[in-house]
Design a protein around this ligand. Structure first.
Ligand code: PMP
Length: 364
């Protein structure tokens, strides 16, 4: 695939080339079925086999205990910010939110619509969301139904390095932008959720991993599509599922298993991130990472140029011309951001770093 770019988009994001090629090979006539996966009934035997294998592989990859259900859902992470509340709390209940960036802000705001109260029990807003408040300082609310975190803030680039100890409270984590980038201690969570369009597959689906005993308590007016028990009882096929995204995600799960699983993935992600952060820190202040070194994301690496906005524009324009795609920082924070998800090869990061060094030498 000679003219593929290095795509640093935050999502939808780069996919593994071998998976794309497998999709291409099987596209028009999926394994002798006479049709493509895009055209199949989700109830037919070919598609059922695809769906079941995807779940089986994901369970093996993550080590999901039997008392957790895996749900493949439409509506993405944004929908689950609402549906989590409907499954875990009554409209008269409250929940606790730890606010570490744009996405946990959104979860809290959605929670405020669904619940009597969405308590902000800790926030790094005063540090411009460049760090994560110490769990020792979180002010848990008596009687609240769950504690919500965003395990990796895609825009700010801050990532939890350990699962916070919330005692016997129900921990809910948005893993959209670091799903499957490292091992997951599933049993420490009540609900793990996220969209797949960053680290897993194409857009159009979210995956929730839900502890079984937390299901079955929705409200009288909860939409059926929000009801995790109903979805689980129907193997995520209460209605027509996002078939193609589910299929491609399944190919990625199989690939991750073949490539050594999540521990191996984490090792590769650490190596890639070290290359990029090393270049930023080694630039003598030319490139700057705003994030607290303790919480720097392995997935989303925002950085600025100390030389200012005009220089940043030049940097981004030249980078694009050189085939480094989507490096512009989120419109809310500016600067640059490299998203280096699982599917970004180490060579892509190394190529970016050599461009950065070269640009610095030419524009010092
Ligand atoms: N949470 C995080 C951490 C995200 O990065 C995003 C997407 N950028 C979302 C939630 C929203 O995801 P979706 O578009 O699937 O609703």
């Amino acid at each position: 695939a000679g003219n593929r770019l290095y795509n640093f988009s935050a999502g939808p994001a780069t996919l593994p080339l071998d998976v794309l090629e497998e999709i291409q090979r099987d596209l028009v006539d999926y394994k002798g079925s006479g049709m493509s996966v895009l055209e199949m009934s989700h109830r037919g035997k070919d598609y059922m086999a695809i769906a079941e294998k995807a779940e089986k592989d994901l369970r093996e990859l993550v080590g999901i205990p039997d008392n957790y259900k895996v749900l493949f859902l439409q509506g993405g992470a944004s929908t689950m910010m609402a549906s989590n509340c409907h499954n875990l709390a009554a409209a008269t209940d409250s929940a606790d939110f730890v606010v570490t960036g744009a996405w946990s802000v959104k979860a809290q705001k959605e929670g405020a619509k669904m619940l009597a109260k969405a308590n902000v029990i800790a926030s790094s807003k005063d540090q411009s969301f460049t760090t994560i408040p110490d769990v020792k300082d979180w002010k848990f609310t008596e009687g609240s139904k769950f504690v919500h975190i965003c395990s990796n803030e895609t825009i700010g680039g801050v990532e939890f390095k350990e699962v916070p100890d919330v005692g016997n409270r129900v921990l809910v984590a948005d893993m959209s932008s670091n799903y499957l980038s490292k091992p997951i201690e599933v049993e420490k969570y009540g609900i793990i959720y996220g969209g797949v369009q960053k680290n897993i597959g194409p857009a159009g689906m979210g995956i929730a991993i839900v502890r079984e005993d937390l299901m079955g308590n929705t409200r009288a007016d909860t939409p059926s599509m929000f009801d995790y028990k109903l979805m689980a009882d129907n193997d995520s096929m209460y209605n027509t599922p996002p078939c193609f995204t589910w299929y491609v995600s399944g190919l990625v799960f199989a690939k991750l298993l073949k490539d050594g699983g999540l521990k191996a993935m984490e090792q590769r992600n650490i190596e890639k991130a070290n290359v990029l952060y090393g270049a930023i820190d080694g630039s003598g202040g030319y490139y700057v990472s705003p994030v607290d070194t303790k919480y720097r994301s392995l997935m989303n690496v925002p950085f600025t140029l100390a030389g200012g906005e005009e220089l940043e524009k030049k940097f981004l324009a030249e980078a694009k011309a050189e085939g480094f795609e989507a490096l512009k920082g989120h419109r809310s924070v500016g600067g640059a951001r490299a998203s280096i998800y699982n599917a970004m090869p180490k060579e892509g990061v190394e190529a970016l770093v050599s461009f950065m060094k070269d640009f610095q030498a030419r524009n010092a």
